[in-house]
Structure formats: C-alpha cells, structure tokens
Write a protein that binds this ligand. Structure first.
Ligand SMILES: Nc1ncnc2c1ncn2[C@@H]1O[C@H](COP(=O)(O)OP(=O)(O)OP(=O)(O)O)[C@@H](O)[C@H]1O
Length: 782
C-alpha cells in the first residue's frame, strides 16, 4: 500500500473521529439533561397533576392532567433512550470507526465509485444523510462479506441493486491509528484473520464482525426458512455465526422484534457465561439463554429425581463398553432417543382414544370420592372424534363441577363438625365478619344456625381446596403410569427396539424409586403433552440451538411444538456427538422432515479457525471423513504425544509443562474424560509446587475463567483454550471406538498447543492419525 493512500485513509479516520468526538461532546450533556428531566418528572408526577376526585368535572380534569404528564414523561424517556443508545454507539466507534471499505459503482449512475465504510454501527454526518460509517448489518454492507471486486448485487427493501465493486479494503485500526490495511479479493483477508486468530484465549468469546467469512455470512443473514441447520467442523465459527446472526436479526427487525423474543439453548451454564459478552459488545441486549435441562426441571423436577445429561454420560463412561450394564444402558439411551420410539409413543397416544387411558382417583380423608373407573367411563363415553387434550379439558370441567357438588354435599357430614374445632382464630374472625355482614343484609336465620352453616362451608372449602388444585393441575392423568405401559404387556411385546424387555424392567424399577433417567425425561414429557395438550410459547420468534447434535429427536419435536411461531437455527457437529442419543443434523432424514424440505436449509462449514494448521491436520485425521475439514493457514507447533512410564511420571511431566505454558498461555486446560477423573487429577496436580492455584471445573461451575484448569471433556465443549493437555491419552482411557468423538472433541479445544500424555500404551487412535501429524516425546528417557 503506498504512503499516499495510507495518509489519505488515516486523514479520513482522523476526520471521522473528530466528528465523533464533537457529536459525543454535544450529546453527553443532552443525555444527562434528559435523564434529570425524566427523573424529575417521575418524582413530581403526583405533585404536578391536579388530583381532585370529588366532582365529576374535577375528575375529568385530573384524568386529562395525568394523561398529559404521562405523555410528556414517555416522550422524554423515548428521547433519552434514543440519545443514550446513539451515544453508546459513537463511543464504541471511536477507537476503531470501521474495519472495511468497498467502492461501489451502482448501475445507472455516472460511474463515480462511491466509497462505503463498514463498522460496528452506522454514523451519519451532520447533514443527517451522508453515511460516514455503515452498520455491518445494513443491506449494502453485505457486499463486503459476499463479494470481491467485480459485478455485485444485493437486496434492499426497495428491490435488488446491481453494480460493480471497484475496491475492497480492510483495516485494522486501534485507538484511532491504522495498524494495517490491505486491499483484498474475494475472501476477507487472511492477514487480518491471522492477526485475530493468533491472539490468546479469553474468558469471553469475541465478536467477529470485522472478519466474517462468506459462508458464515450466509448463516448470519438467512431469514427465509423455518429451520436452518448448520453442520460445521470444530472451530468453524458456528457459535460465533449464531451470535452475530442474533445481532443481525435484532437490527433487521428492530421495530418489531426485541431481545426477549429470542432464546438460545446452550449446553451448560458455563458456556452461557462464556458467550454472554458478544451481544453487548455488538451493542445489543443479551437474549435469554437456557438449557434443555432447565426446561425439563421446570416441567418435571418437582415430581422426580431427574438425572441430567452429564450424569448420564458419566454412567455410560463408568466402565468398559463390554460391561453388560453399560451395554444395556447405551442401548436404552439409543432406543429411547430414536424416532422409532417417538413414533411408537405417538401411536400409543392415538390408541388411548379407544382404550388404555389411566387416571388417578380423588380421595377425601382416605375415602375415594371420585373413582378412577368413573373418570375412565366419562372419558370413553365422549364422542370418539374428540381429541385427547380436548377430552381431558372436558373431563377437568366436569371434575371441577363434581368437586363443587361434593363439597356442598359434604358440608353436612359429621367430620366437618369435628374439623370446626380446629379452625384457627383468623378463620373465626373471617366468619364473624361475614356473619355480621349477613345480619346487616337482613338474614333472619338464628345466629347459631347461621354461624354453624358458615363454619361448615368454610371447613368444606378448605378441605376441597387441594382437590380443586389437583383437578386444575391435571395431575390426575396418570402420565407416569401410561409411560410405564410402554414397557409392559402387549406394548412391550410389540416393540422392535433391541433388548426392550430388559430395558423395560430397568426403566420400571427406576420409576418406582422416583428416579427419572435422562433418556426417559423427554419421552415422558412428550407423552404427557400428547395427552394433556402442548404448552406453547407464541412470543418467541427465533430459537437458536447450539451443540444441536446433542439434541434427540424428542427434543427437536418439543422445540417445534413449544415455539410454534419461531424460526429455529440448529448448529452442531456430528463429529462431536459424544452422547449416545446424538443427531446427525445435516444427514438426518427426520430432522429434514421436521418442517419439510421447503422450509429447511442446510449450510455446511468446513473451514476451521480455532486451531493452528498442525492441530487441525492432526485432529481431522482421527475422523473417518475428516478430509473435508479445511485448516486455516496458521502455523504452530506439532501436537505432541508425551509417553510416560506411569501415572506419577505423567503427573510430573504434565505439571512441568503446565508451569512452562503458564507464561505464554492465558488458559491451559488439563482435559479428562469424566468428572471423577478430573477431580482425581486435580487433587494430584495441585499438590505439586506452583500448581496450588489450579482450578477444577465441574458441571456446577457457572463462570468461565482463564488460567490453569482441569475440566472434563464434555464440559469443555464449545469453549477453547490456548493449550490443551490431555491428561490420559493411553489405550486404557481411550481404547474403545465409542470414545473417538470424545477424544476428538477434547483435542479440538486447543487453539495453539496440544499435548497428550500417555502413562501407558497410547490410544489406538494415534495409529489412525496422518503420518507426521504429531510427534512423540519421551522426555524421561531422553
Ligand atoms: N470469521 C471469523 N473471524 C475471526 N475469528 C473467527 C471467525 N470464525 C471463527 N472464529 C474464531 O474461531 C474460534 C471458534 O469459533 P466458534 O467457537 O464459534 O466455533 P464452533 O464452530 O462453535 O466450534 P465448536 O463446534 O468446536 O464448539 C473462535 O475463537 C472464534 O472467534
């Protein structure tokens, strides 16, 4: 880049910055002035309105006066909000007003190229028309991500615009100084990306707007189909794209959709904390984040001891695959997460229209007042065309009426007389108040008769209250009983799932003990909702599912029903499918069918940005179909397999490496297979000199912190570390084929350094790695 160009661009940066500073200086006092006005109006609201309610004229005057004040207040609040948000944007732009420039000659104009500067927010000149900076989410800015110099086109709300791009330039600006500047072709410069990717990790994910790649941009701006599936290699920017997508959608639909109308399903609370700063960094409010486990807890948690996904995984990893119990458990998880089971539950639910429904009767003081049989009789006495949830609703209405009738009837029962003795003072006071009211109203009953009548009514009402609540809650539909039926008698005999009868007896005994295994939670809830009717949330417009390969068929069906007005974005990587119930995303026929092919789009991301080229070359060669994964050309050291004579030696070598890495890496993570292994490793390592500060991450850790840490592989999903030290890469730990994806997931967390320690024979996965893609070290012997 010649000096003249550089100086010109620097002069423009200086100019934009001085306009920003002038505008900030102008608006700052205005914002504080408006704020004090708002606070003032709020506190004086009642002083300034004439409150006089005595005469009707006064009342009108009061209402008018209040309305006027309220209007002034909301107008000031609006202006304050708008000005404050403008100020925040300008402050964000000040250190680096933009990161890109394209020159565009629109078709039908005089041929003069129009420069378009792209930054994190728009900034207009004082004339209110000239864009000094365009927000990266404006339609014209999409050219920056989608094209290189040459013919271009983009969509605007007013139609398509075509033209020619004559220049594409990227900047790295810090504190107002241009640090680097490149003219580029199609892709957004490797140089800048190199620069961004070579940094060390942090406790929070970073925004990537300056270097979004074309395929990522397609994810960010897609707003057509109901379901967007993204299958992307480890580190290909799925989570990043998802978050910039949220920012884009909030901008695009800013007058219609707010952050509360979006929800992101993340794998665990620590991951939520890791990504929580991206949207604020982009000037947007955070959207609600939740986990599927939270939803299950909310719906089922009170009645059951609910196992979570981590506990399930730990159970499956607790012993060798050949272990009979483990094999059975894995088979159960697979079967219960399958589409076949889902369809079987649906068929079972339709069968309930004719027979097999289960209810729980209502008891009052140990006596059955509404028997199961009565409920069944009414249920099956209804017209055959009425759907299950409608029948339940009708039955509930009948139940409430019936309870009311019973309550009236019961008032005269002897037990009521006895219960009256136990009424507390408060109750008595209430009744006497009501008594005197009725007296005033002219009731001519004898005082004591009237009192007794009221007391009896009160006792009956109190006693029936829990029954009424029960009726409302639909807990009288015996959903667990119905679910158990799937594992008993004719239904179990019909099942095609492998080893169903053994799975059945395990399931039944867990349920009897009040334990709900993770794989049973979603199916049980699904069956319950098929019978009782689905609860819906119609306010949510966008649902983002990260680590979507960990969602089962049931969970996707839930999302569809739970959020009927939402578009769903499902991002995942089948190669990181560490749970037995995982979904193949792009290749999954049933997922494609969820909304139908017309409403489904799949985007595949192949390029991996997180790790250096040597790490990607090593990790992809562990996969049977890994050749499709493209490394980004960032140099680094070869992954190392450190052979140790035994666990003690491994600990010593690993501890020495940790201490050495501490100087260069913001975060070095010792990754273990399970929580139990992590805890044991942590106990051993932190006793070594210098490692007292080593942190242990568990599923209860809610905040992601940098430093030296020990973490189980499944919790490390989605996050990244400068250095990864695989605690045990021996055949003992990773000898089984089923652990390949867990091994891959652990290794792909590394950005710059990957070291794997084998205290015994190394895992057979090393034999599959591409020749020369890692080196061996045998430090103790060398
Ligand atoms: N276009 C980009 N520009 C700069 N950095 C990027 C870009 N795309 C991805 N990255 C970086 O690559 C790393 C991995 O991104 P991210 O976590 O979004 O990937 P992922 O596909 O969700 O990974 P995984 O499936 O392994 O969890 C992050 O550090 C992210 O900032």
């Amino acid at each position: 880049m010649d000096a003249e160009q550089w100086n010109k661009e620097q002069a423009r940066v200086d100019d934009v910055r001085s306009q920003l500073k002038a505008r900030i200086a102008r608006d700052e006092p205005l914002v504080s002035e408006l704020k004090s006005q708002v606070v003032g109006i709020r506190s004086e609201f009642w002083d300034d309105v004439t409150v006089n309610l005595a005469e009707s004229d006064d009342r009108i005057e009061t209402a008018v006066s209040m309305k006027q004040q309220a209007e002034v207040l909301s107008e000031r609040e609006r202006s304050h909000r708008a000005l404050r948000s403008g100020l925040q944007k300008m402050r964000r732009l000040l250190p680096a007003p933009y990161f890109g420039r394209i020159d565009l000659v629109e078709d039908g104009t005089d041929g003069t190229p129009e420069p378009v500067y792209v930054g994190v927010a728009s900034f207009l000149a004082d004339d209110g028309e000239t864009f000094l900076v365009y927000d990266w989410r404006t339609p014209i800015a999409s050219l920056y991500y989608d094209y290189g110099p040459g013919a271009v086109r983009y969509e605007t709300p007013g139609g398509e615009i075509t033209g020619e791009m004559t220049l594409k330039r990227q900047f790295s600006i810090r504190e107002g100084r241009i640090r680097s500047m490149f003219d580029t072709g199609m892709t957004i410069g490797d140089e800048l990306l190199q620069d961004v990717l070579s940094r060390t990790s942090s406790s929070q994910m970073q925004a990537i707007v300056g270097t979004i790649q074309q395929d990522q941009n397609a994810i960010i701006r897609n707003d057509r189909e109901r379901l967007l599936i993204v299958q992307g290699a480890a580190g290909s920017g799925k989570t990043s794209a998802a978050l910039q997508r949220v920012a884009y959608l909030l901008y695009k639909h800013r007058s219609r959709i707010s952050a509360e109308q979006m929800v992101l399903f993340s794998p665990n609370p620590m991951f939520s904390s890791y990504i929580s700063s991206v949207l604020p960094e982009l000037g947007e409010e955070n959207i609600k984040q939740t986990t599927f486990q939270d939803y299950l807890e909310l719906r089922l948690g009170k009645r059951w001891r609910l196992e979570d996904a981590a506990e399930q995984l730990e159970a499956v990893l607790a012993g060798p695959e050949a272990d009979e119990e483990i094999r059975l458990r894995a088979a159960a998880i697979r079967s219960k997460s399958s589409v076949r089971f889902l369809e079987r539950i649906e068929a079972f639910a339709s069968g309930l229209l004719r027979s097999g429904m289960r209810f729980k009767g209502f008891r009052l003081r140990g006596r059955v007042v509404i028997a199961r049989g009565q409920l069944e009789e009414r249920f099956y006495g209804m017209d055959a065309s009425i759907r299950l949830p409608n029948r339940i609703e009708l039955l509930k209405e009948w139940l409430l009426e019936e309870l009311e009738r019973l309550e009236t009837e019961e008032r005269d029962a002897d037990w009521v007389r006895e219960e009256i003795e136990y009424l507390d003072n408060e109750q008595y006071r209430k009744i006497h108040k009501s008594l005197s009211r009725q007296r005033r109203a002219g009731a001519d009953e004898d005082e004591s008769v009237l009192e007794e009548r009221l007391l009896r009514a009160e006792v009956a009402r109190r006693t029936f209250r829990p029954l009424r609540r029960l009726a409302e809650s639909l807990a009288w539909v015996d959903a667990a009983g119905l679910y158990k039926d799937l594992f008993r008698g004719e239904h179990a005999a019909d099942a095609e799932e492998e080893r169903w009868s053994e799975i059945g007896s395990r399931t039944l005994s867990a349920l009897e003990e009040g334990r709900l295994l993770h794989e049973d939670a979603a199916p049980l809830l699904y069956l319950t909702e098929l019978v009782q009717g689905f609860r819906m949330n119609t306010a949510i417009r966008y649902v983002i599912v990260d680590e979507a390969q960990d969602f089962s068929a049931f969970q996707f069906h839930f999302l569809k029903r739970l959020f009927p007005m939402a578009k769903i974005t499902a991002l995942g990587d089948f190669n990181q499918a560490i749970f037995a119930h995982s979904t193949e995303l792009a290749a999954s026929a049933w997922l494609q069918r969820l909304y139908g092919p017309e409403q489904t789009k799949t985007i595949v991301l192949r390029r991996s940005y997180r790790s250096t080229r040597p790490i990607v070359e090593f990790t992809r060669s562990l996969l049977p179909d890994g050749s499709g994964i493209e490394p980004f050309d960032r140099p680094g050291e070869l992954p190392v397999l450190v052979r140790a004579g035994g666990p003690e030696e491994r600990d010593r070598l690993l501890a020495a490496d940790l201490l050495e890495l501490e100087a260069s890496a913001a975060t070095a993570a010792v990754i273990c297979r399970t929580e139990a292994e992590s805890r044991a490793a942590w106990e051993r390592l932190r006793r070594m000199p210098g490692l007292e500060k080593l942190k242990l991450v568990t599923k209860d850790t809610v905040k992601f912190e940098t430093g030296l840490l020990v973490i189980p592989a499944y919790l490390a999903k989605g996050v990244e570390f400068d250095a990864v030290l695989l605690y045990d890469a021996s055949a003992d730990a990773y000898g089984e084929e089923r652990l390949r994806k867990l091994f891959y997931t652990a290794c792909t967390r590394a950005m710059h350094v990957l070291r794997m320690y084998a205290p015994g024979e190394p895992s057979p996965f090393f034999a599959d790695a591409a020749p020369g893609s890692y080196r061996e070290a045998n430090p103790a012997r060398s």
